[in-house]
Write a new protein. Structure first.
Length: 25
């Protein structure tokens, strides 16, 4: 994977774990 893709996935998983996406929507 590319560097930015891995970073995006890591951020996505982090937000899922902490439920941050629900706050943004």
């Amino acid at each position: 994977m590319h560097y930015f893709e891995s970073k995006a996935i890591a951020a996505y998983e982090y937000c899922n774990l902490h439920g941050l996406w629900k706050k943004e929507i």
